[in-house]
Design a protein around this ligand. Structure first.
Ligand code: NAD
Ligand code: TYD
Length: 351
């Protein structure tokens, strides 16, 4: 039995779906179901007794302690977070609440549980984090290694950096057997359509503008979500306690190139009714405040020590992703309704 937090979100849900396709070890899924958490994503597990869903907050110590005592998981994998940089700029408080205080409360609950475990050496707390904690790179600088200094620039990355530090401290101070992963930008099925790739696909199909921030030359390092999930399984199985592992697919691309690739794929797979290219919908808009220029991950450590390699290239992964959104418009409509729609119309008149 493992406990996954944030398992109704993009990466957590992909992780659970893959985990249960690959083995029968049950998963408890603790998720608060914020705007980003959607049980529609886990529809195929509706009557699967290996998936135990519990709606709740990682910061609710009483609830988490009850779950740990009842189910006695051998590992906790912490995906739960507020995850969108733009939201963290507009409303940073929730990021502090969940990413910092929530993770801290979770660590406290887990420490209590772990202390009384008979086989406490075998337990693992795996904290899922981001490359954004390292800050921004100049074009010529080498990619982030695990030893790169932490220089978070957005409220999101600052909150993730704080949580990483608490995880580290719980190992050094109390001996909690932790592992931390710092992954680059993910993309793939079930990605919430406020992030670059799904937003561009959805906006293109509905004839809206494709808002590219600033000059569109910011670089992100993209990894297909299923490759991230495989890397997490690898770190859980073989990672050295107390260590951190960078995860990335050596796929640095400027944003404008990503947007053009999506437009070209849509031109091929779902041409516009008027026969014009989707790229006509691209609109350069005001830049994000404090926008990090470049992220790039050096994935040598996980490749050499744990023998992990991504299965998808960017070309295969992005084609699958565009096709997935074409095939799953109902999922998109479902997650876009309600609270998300209200928030978007309040904050982004043009979307
Ligand atoms: P997401 O926003 O899609 O999902 C987050 C999930 O956490 C949602 O289901 C939400 O309901 C849940 N949640 C939020 N607050 C909670 C709380 N207090 N208690 C319990 N559940 C809560 O995020 P994602 O993209 O799936 O990211 C998952 C993790 O991976 C995050 O920790 C993120 O920082 C990290 N990460 C993401 C990326 C990326 O590209 N998306 C890259 C590297 C690391
Ligand atoms: P995003 O998907 O929000 O991820 P992150 O900020 O965590 O990297 O954004 C990816 C890149 O795309 C980032 O440089 C900001 C840019 N971007 C746009 O140009 N337009 C958009 O509408 C969005 C959402 C992002």
């Amino acid at each position: 039995m493992i406990l996954v937090t944030g398992g109704a979100g993009f990466i957590g849900a992909n992780f659970i779906l893959d985990w249960l396709r690959l083995n029968d070890e049950p998963v408890i899924n603790l998720d608060k179901l914020t705007y980003a958490g959607n049980l529609n994503t886990l529809k195929e597990l509706e009557s699967d007794t290996r998936h135990i869903f519990i709606k709740g907050d990682i910061g609710d110590s009483q609830l988490v302690e009850n779950i740990l005592d009842k189910y006695k998981p051998r590992a906790v994998i912490n995906f739960a977070a507020e995850s969108h940089v733009d939201r963290s700029i507009l409303e940073p408080h929730a990021f502090l609440q969940t990413n910092v205080i929530g993770t801290f409360n979770l660590l406290e609950s887990v420490k209590k549980y772990w202390t009384n475990l008979p086989n406490s050496n075998e337990f693992r707390f795996l904290h899922v984090s981001t490359d954004e904690v390292y800050g921004s790179l100049e074009r010529t600088e080498p990619a982030f290694t695990e030893g790169h200094k932490y220089e978070p620039n957005s409220p999101y990355s600052a909150s993730k950096a704080a949580s990483d530090h608490f995880v580290r401290a719980y190992h050094h101070t109390y001996g909690l057997p932790v592992l931390t992963t710092n992954c680059s930008n993910n993309y793939g099925p079930f990605h919430f359509p406020e992030k670059l790739i799904p937003l561009m696909i959805i906006n293109a199909l509905s004839g809206k503008g494709l808002p590219v921030y600033g000059d569109g030359q910011q670089i992100r390092d993209w990894l297909y979500v299923k490759d991230h999930c495989a890397a997490i399984r690898c770190v859980l199985a073989g990672g050295k306690v107390g260590e951190t592992y960078n995860i990335g697919g050596w796929n640095e691309k400027p944003n404008i190139e990503i947007v053009n690739t999506i437009c070209e794929l849509l031109d091929e797979l779902r041409p516009r009714a008027d026969g014009k290219p989707y790229a006509k919908q691209i609109q350069y808009v005001a830049d994000r405040p404090g926008h990090d220029r470049r992220y790039a991950v050096d994935a040598n450590k996980i490749e050499c020590q744990l023998d992990w390699r991504p299965a998808e290239t960017f070309e295969t992964g992005i084609r699958k992703t565009v096709q997935w959104y074409l095939d799953n418009q109902v999922w998109v409509e479902n997650v876009q309704s309600g609270a998300y729609r209200t928030w978007i119309s309040k904050n982004y008149a043009e979307r």
